[in-house]
Design a binder for this molecule. Sequence first.
Ligand SMILES: [Zn+2]
Ligand SMILES: [Zn+2]
Length: 337
Amino acid sequence: MSNRPTIPIKSAEEIARGGLADAPFFRWPEPSTVFAERQMRLTQLSNGHPMGEYLTLMADLARLQQKLLDEAPAITIPKTLDGVDAAAPPLAAVTLPRASWWRDALRHIADAMSASTQEATRSVLMSLRHESDDELERRADDLLGERLGTRDLAAAPFVAAALEVCWTHALTAWRATVEDEGALRATAAADLSRCPACGSRPTTSITRSVGTSGGHRYLHCSLCNGEWHRPRATCTCCGLTEGVSYQSLDAITNADTDADAERAARAPIQAETCDRCNHYLKILHTDRDAMLEAGADDLASITLDLLVLESGRIRHGRNLKLLYADEPASADEVANA
Ligand SMILES: [Zn+2]
Ligand SMILES: [Zn+2]
């Protein structure tokens, strides 16, 4: 695999000098369209894709998520929750009390999708449909606490879908209380590798144009769909700028000629790798492809992940629609696999 940088980039200092004068530090999700846009992009990407069947299933799931968010009960979330430190994410995935309707949302998803899925998926959905509140809460605790076991993986995208709606709704309600992004700066100062609102890992990063200023890089939250600014050419995990380079599918599989290298340098999706901490996160360049959508395109570009992972890198991002086990399989699970 080639490790050659494939894109001429500004230094962190150059970008920092450009500042954020015309760009917000935090971008709030648009609740009326966030999942509908993902559904549209997943449907588009599924056409002729090797994972087309799965992308279509996830498009159906995104359609349901939009419906659930549109119909979510009105809630009020105080600016500061009891017991939450000012430097901690205000809507932390592991500590924010979950409204019980997330379970109703999950059961609605199970009902609505079980009729149109294949036997194996239908069986997972029907099993979820009949689980107790306690069992569903355990699933949520494990997923949000990044303690997912191999036995929970098949149900995880559906559990995650309901939780994602819940947190996107909570963030929107909280925004109505705090009015602006200022309340998130203290948590961001503590740790920019995770979402300043809910403390979750990003799914991917994506460039955004603001006014006449293009190319600001944001990290897209895997849970609440908020986005926070992180300068380009800075490792999204450890924050260092030395040792950051870029890889794309073209560069990895077919960079024999200058024309190949040129094409790789313009790839709409690249993996930003760090030699210091060995993590990577993808970056989606919307100036090269305006249709890119964080959740959908991250999922559809898994081939790039597999090749980068093969070289020993560690994924910093987390896509809740394609989770890997956080916990190693037990001997019992291996024996029954
Ligand atoms: Zn978040
Ligand atoms: Zn790093």
